[in-house]
Design a protein around this ligand. Structure first.
Ligand code: PGA
Length: 256
């Protein structure tokens, strides 16, 4: 069994350090269960940056890795309100998510900004989890061009040797925060498309880029989605914030 990566993106939650530490301690229990099983599941937690220090100091004897949710691409300087990759690294984070749809939509981030963020993480020997995803699906397949543009503009100057340090998180906007059932067939089609886009533009070696799926993953659909070839893991929003739901996800994954 290959390693399955689960990235928990807590977004701007919870609202107190106390709650964040309580959630983290529940996550540690799941990590323990995983380590005692034969399954290879890697947990990556992306809490709000303000909790990273407290969480990092409690992250002893676990395999949980820490991530930021975003960075600015400069290491330091006069950029009020921003957090750099260097600062995240100092607090124990090895990764950062970049280009999440909420950053694109609410903070008007463009592919060019996201590309710079990916580079600044790689320059610092950190790993980048970059998000792409179409807002809408159309019968004519225009969404494929949209995805291709996003992927090319973010990956175009990345060295082949860095492909192993990159996760491409496919998060169709229509599936994020949704209550509708997610169609496995639609996601499967997108993953095939993304693989094709990668190989066409970046060659066979780009197959080393790991692909995550995100958007309304829950204990009920995760095993089904896991059957899709080419998926290396999942990016979880709501399911990573509810202790009981996440427990169920891990229990379900440990059954297989
Ligand atoms: P969701 O969020 O799992 O709550 O749909 C996913 C995400 O935004 O990464």
């Amino acid at each position: 069994m290959k390693t399955l990566t689960l990235v928990l993106n807590w977004k701007m939650n919870p609202t107190s350090k106390k709650e964040a530490l309580a959630l983290f301690s529940a996550l540690k229990k799941n990590d323990k269960k995983i380590q005692q099983s034969k399954n290879k599941i890697k947990l990556i937690l992306a809490p709000p940056a303000i909790y990273l220090d407290a969480i990092s100091s409690k992250n002893k004897n676990t395999k949980i890795e820490l991530s930021g949710q975003d960075i600015f691409y400069k290491k330091y300087g006069s950029y009020t309100g921003s957090i750099s990759q260097q600062m995240l690294k100092d607090l124990g984070a090895k990764y950062s998510i970049v280009g999440h749809w909420e950053r694109r939509k609410v903070f008007n981030e463009q592919n060019e900004d996201i590309a710079k963020k990916v580079h600044s993480l790689l320059d610092l020997k950190m790993k980048a989890i970059f998000c792409v995803g179409e807002e809408q699906r159309d019968e004519q397949g225009k969404f494929a061009d949209f995805l291709e543009k996003q992927i090319i503009s973010i990956l175009k100057n990345v060295e082949i040797t860095d492909y192993k340090n990159i996760f491409l998180a496919y998060e169709p906007v229509w599936a994020i925060g949704s209550t509708k059932e997610i169609s496995k067939e639609e996601i499967e089609l997108s993953i095939i498309l993304i693989k094709k886009i990668l190989v066409k533009n970046f060659g066979e070696k780009s197959k080393n880029i790991k692909i995550l799926y995100g958007g309304s993953v829950n204990p009920e659909n995760i095993l089904n989605l896991l059957e899709i070839e080419g998926i290396d893991g999942f990016l979880l929003g709501r399911s990573g914030l509810d202790k009981n739901i996440f427990d169920k996800i891990i229990d379900n994954l440990l059954k297989i």
